[in-house]
Every structure is written in C-alpha cells, then in structure tokens.
Design a protein around this ligand. Structure first.
Ligand code: FAD
Length: 402
C-alpha cells in the first residue's frame, strides 16, 4: 500500500503501549502498523524476579499479544531483530527484513557486567522469561542434588546475589520466601542454606530514601539474608564471587548477577552512539541523527532539563514515553510539531515479598509494609488495565477478587 508504515520493534512495556495507543489514535487509512517481537507473548519484566525465585507461575507473567492487540489492525511479526539500518530505513530479522517509514525502537535491556571478569559467562541473569525460569530450575536442581546425596557440599545450596539495586532486593525478598518451602519439600534443614548479597556501593538500594533503605535491610536481615555491603566483586566463577581487596572467595551453588542494565545489544551493534550503555534520545524521544526513528524505554536516556539529569529509566517511564511517542508519530504523519517528553513521577515501590514492600508516592510520601504492598498491586493492575482492560486484570492481576 502507499500508506506510511510504522514499525515497532520489541513488545515490552514501551512497544506494547505505543502500539496500543497508535491503534486507538490513528485511523486505519492513516498508517500501517507492524509490531515485531521475539515471541508471540509479552511478559511483565517487573515480575521476572518472581519467576526467577519460583514464587509465581511463569505463565502468570506472560500475556499473549493477540489477546490485547487487535491483530486485524496491527501486522504481527514474530521474529528476532538482528540489526537496525536507519540509513536504509530497514530492519533485519533472523528470518527476513522489513522496511519502514517510521521506526520505534523498544527492544529493552540486557544485563550490564561493568567489565567484571566472569560475570557474562558464569552468572545467571534475570533478563527474560526463559532466563528467569532457568534460574529457578537451577536453584531447585541444587536442592534435589543435595537431598539425593549427589553432592555433600554444603555451599551447593547457597544462593549468592550480586547487586542490591531494585532488582537485586526484590529478588532477594522472593528467594527468602521460597527457601523455607524448598527446605520442607526436600527435607533439608534451613541452616544449610545461606542467602548472600554482595554490593559494592556503601548501602543497598542506592538512590532510595534512607529510612526505606533501613527498613528493607532490617526486614531482609531478620529473614536470614547476609549482606556484604561496600564489597567489590573482583571476579565471578561458575560457583563463587571473588571479593574485596583480599580476594576472598564466597562459594555458592547458585550465582546470580543483578548489578545493572544497558540497552539491548542490537542498538549499539546498529551504530547508534551509546552513553553509559544507552542512546541519548532527543527531547521528543527521537534518536539523534534520524528524524523518523524513536528510541524509547530501556534503550535510551531522556534528559530532564529541570533537574539537569536523565529521567528515571523504568517501566513507569517506558509506559509514559509510549504515550508521547504515539502522539509524536501522529503529529509527524499530520505534518504537525512534536512535543517533548516530560516524566510524571507517580512514585516507586519495591516489593519485599507477598505481604511487604517499601516506596514513595506523591513525591516524598513514604510507604512501608502492607500499605506499600497494596500500592504495588495497584501499580501492577493499572498497567494490566491500560494494556488489556478489566478482563486482563481478572485474568492476570495481583489481587484475587474471588
Ligand atoms: P522490556 O520490557 O525489556 O521489553 C523488551 C521487549 O523486546 C521484550 O518483549 C523482548 O522479548 C523484546 N526483544 C528483545 N530483543 C529482541 C530482538 N532482538 N528482537 C525482537 N524482540 C526483542 N520498573 C518499574 O518501574 N517498577 C518496578 O517495580 C520494576 N521492577 C523491575 C523488576 C525486575 C526484576 C526488572 C528486571 C526490572 C524492573 N523494572 C521496574 C524495570 C522495568 O522492567 C524496565 O525499565 C522496563 O521493562 C523497560 O521496558 P521496555 O519496554 O523498554 O523493555
């Protein structure tokens, strides 16, 4: 057809919401919309720590794309993007290629290793449904080995987690909840299992409010987590971290790295310039140098001019960027001016397991415990509502109604 073609690559929070908004805002005759994703499902990246600890069924964190996107309106391409060629207006896929008039890059993140030797090869990483499922599978297999006498090494049951940012802390809390269950299932005394967190920064949850940090640290320590804060990981082996100036070795059957994220490697390989692992997007979310390419979600930084630093990069901002991105695509199609993105911080809540959480809302109102947990459920359900309406909340929501 002669209609302009919009290609969205990656159906995470940013890509799904952009596509959803485009179908709501554009008339079918205005543009063809194509959504490319590795799988025929979308997953809740913010629930992956639960998949990795085995506290949630992986299918609960997964949504069939065709259940929430009108596939008569949007052409779905289930394939893996291998390269973007913005100079030729093409997207190369494992099994073909696509041309576009407008491109939205929403390919998400990969784990950043900060050059620590051995992390890339040896540590487990919470990156997608498959890698997260594999972590839980591995943890349970360690319990099975130990229970069957296949190994007598006590450190086989240890779970070692590098990084105590948002993901690290949320994962720790799930592990703490799961371990007693595994111990009783395999008849292993809980004292045999150590849960150890190593963080180079002087405190856990860098950037969080002091009081919330204290609450989280006490909560997790009381439930058995050993914190090694201010401790630098020198190297990662398949069953240990080598840490500190004296190269102490901390052994564990399961070694997980949660230390940081950077843009999906496809972005850098395609020639986009990276600053601290991400592309500096323009204020209207377009990529530098290309007027028909948007770079959103975990692939980019967007500058917050008022505070002279980048806006936070998380699910909340990815969803908000999708609104601006869709509106700006519509503006370009209609020959109008684009608008700049402004992040509206509705607060941040980190889960500490099923019944507990910490966070801030309304700029600096602090929440702890059950109230914070309730807010976390509200945030999770709000997204499900945006992407799939009330039906999806009933199907996948975090609150049981019946
Ligand atoms: P993603 O959600 O990562 O989506 C990327 C999509 O692209 C995926 O569907 C993937 O399959 C697809 N894809 C990737 N590569 C290819 C390829 N080559 N070809 C085709 N498709 C591809 N943020 C919050 O605001 N609140 C939280 O509580 C929170 N908790 C988190 C907990 C965990 C465990 C993690 C890991 C992150 C958390 N975050 C949270 C951060 C948040 O999840 C990310 O910022 C958010 O997922 C970014 O959205 P995105 O759409 O850019 O990328």
């Amino acid at each position: 057809s002669t209609k302009p073609r919009i290609v969205v690559v990656g159906a995470g929070y940013a890509g799904m919401m952009t596509t959803k908004r485009l179908t709501q805002q554009l008339q079918p005759q205005e543009a063809d919309i194509v959504l490319v994703n590795k799988h025929n499902y979308h997953y809740q990246t913010t629930w992956l720590h639960e998949v990795a600890a085995g506290t949630i069924d992986p299918n609960r964190a997964r949504i069939m794309i065709s259940d929430v996107i009108d596939t008569k309106r949007v052409q779905m391409v289930y394939d893996t993007v291998t390269e973007l060629q913005p100079q030729n207006e093409r997207v190369l896929l494992e099994n073909g290629e696509l041309s576009y008039d407008y491109l939205v890059v929403s390919l998400g993140f990969e784990t950043a290793t900060f050059g620590i030797p051995g992390i890339a090869e040896n540590a487990w990483k919470i990156e997608n449904i498959e890698s997260s499922k594999a972590i839980y599978h591995h943890i349970e297999s360690q319990f099975i080995k130990y229970a069957s006498g296949e190994t007598e090494d006590d450190t086989a049951l240890n779970i070692l987690i590098g990084g105590s940012g948002f993901t690290g802390i949320e994962f720790l809390a799930e592990v703490v909840e799961k371990v007693p269950e595994l111990c009783s299932k395999y008849d292993i005394h809980q004292s045999k299992v150590r849960i150890i967190n190593v963080e180079a920064a002087p405190s856990i949850l860098p950037g969080f409010d002091e009081e919330l940090i204290e609450y989280a640290e006490k909560n997790l320590s009381d439930r058995g987590v050993e914190f090694r804060i201010g401790t630098k990981i020198q190297e990662c082996t398949p069953d240990s971290f080598i840490v500190g100036d004296d190269n102490e070795e901390i052994k564990a059957g399961t070694v997980v790295w949660t230390g940081g994220v950077q843009a999906n490697p496809v972005v850098g390989h395609s020639g986009f310039e990276l600053t601290k692992g991400k592309v500096n997007a323009r204020d209207d979310l377009r990529a530098p140098n290309y007027d028909n390419v948007f770079m959103i979600g975990d692939t980019s930084w967007v500058w917050d001019h008022e505070n002279d630093k980048p806006f936070p990069v998380n699910a909340q901002s990815a969803i908000q960027e999708a609104d601006t991105c869709a509106a700006n695509l519509q503006a370009l199609l209609q020959g109008k001016e684009t608008n700049n993105f402004v992040f509206d911080n509705k607060g941040t809540v980190a889960s500490l397991g099923k019944g507990d959480a910490i966070g801030t809302i309304l700029d600096d109102y602090k929440l702890f415990g059950k109230k914070a947990r309730l807010m976390k459920n509200v945030i999770d359900n709000r997204y499900l509502f945006l992407v799939g309406g009330p039906k999806l909340i009933l199907k996948k929501g975090k609150v049981r109604f019946f």
